[in-house]
Design a binder for this molecule. Structure first.
Ligand code: MN
Length: 232
């Protein structure tokens, strides 16, 4: 294993812990990052609660979501979310799929999720909704194969986050730290919007505000990462 690979795995372990402690992930949900050296490959933990993930749990997947080093260990059923989004979006270097309580109401009710504060702008101007019934009719509400993953990737399109009807959400980033930051602030944004709507109508940021506020400098993302990573 190269030292670059080792660094990636260590960061991915931290990402698992941070997202779990931020209530983005719980016993379920997962986070992955693209392999820095092997085309189409990506890293993701074996099937395990993210907060418990250790360096030795990180598996290497090929472009078809086949684990190269599972050695009989259980794998996330929904790994095709990751393989198909990496295939469709060369700009995406990290992905998080989750069922956070903050975001779930927006996957259940017909209310669009919109940016309502500065960092919330990172979810982008439009958060599409993927309805698995459109292509697959009734399912067990999981993404269990490449066709379903590709359908989800198509619904995501060029955006940063896709809601999944009565299921959860998938968030993408151009780097692991950016992805973690976007995933956390998307949940905060959903909470703020939900609470705001309890008080009255919520309009959200303007298009100009979203465009400008979405450009969060890497230094700000690192500042948050350092805080969230302090417990390892
Ligand atoms: Mn899921």
């Amino acid at each position: 294993m190269t030292s670059l690979e080792q660094t990636c795995r260590a960061e991915l372990v931290l990402a698992n812990h941070i997202l779990a402690r931020a209530d983005v992930l719980d016993a379920f949900g997962h986070v992955s990052m693209r392999h820095p050296e092997r085309d189409g490959h990506f890293f993701m933990a074996m099937s395990r609660a993210p907060e418990l993930v250790e360096a030795g749990d990180i598996l290497t997947y090929d472009a078809d979501a086949t684990a190269l080093d599972a050695d009989g260990r259980a794998q996330y059923i929904e790994r095709f979310i990751h393989s198909e989004i990496y295939r469709a979006r060369p700009d995406v270097l990290a992905i998080c799929h989750h069922h956070s309580p903050a975001v779930m109401p927006f996957s259940v009710a017909s209310v669009p999720l919109v940016p309502v504060y500065q960092h919330g702008a990172m979810i982008g101007r439009h958060v599409p909704l993927w309805d698995s019934r459109d292509d697959f009719g009734d399912t067990n509400m999981l993404v269990t194969n490449a066709m379903q993953g590709a359908s989800l990737a198509q619904a995501l399109g060029p955006h940063w986050m896709v809601l999944m009807r009565h299921h959860g959400a998938t968030v993408v980033g151009t780097g692991l730290r950016e992805l973690v930051f976007r995933s956390v602030v998307a949940c905060k944004n959903a909470e703020f919007q939900y609470r705001g709507m309890a008080l009255g109508p919520v309009a959200g940021l303007t298009e100009g505000e979203i465009e400008m506020a979405a450009k969060v400098p890497p230094a700000a993302i690192d500042r948050a990462w350092d805080l969230w990573a302090r417990e390892g």
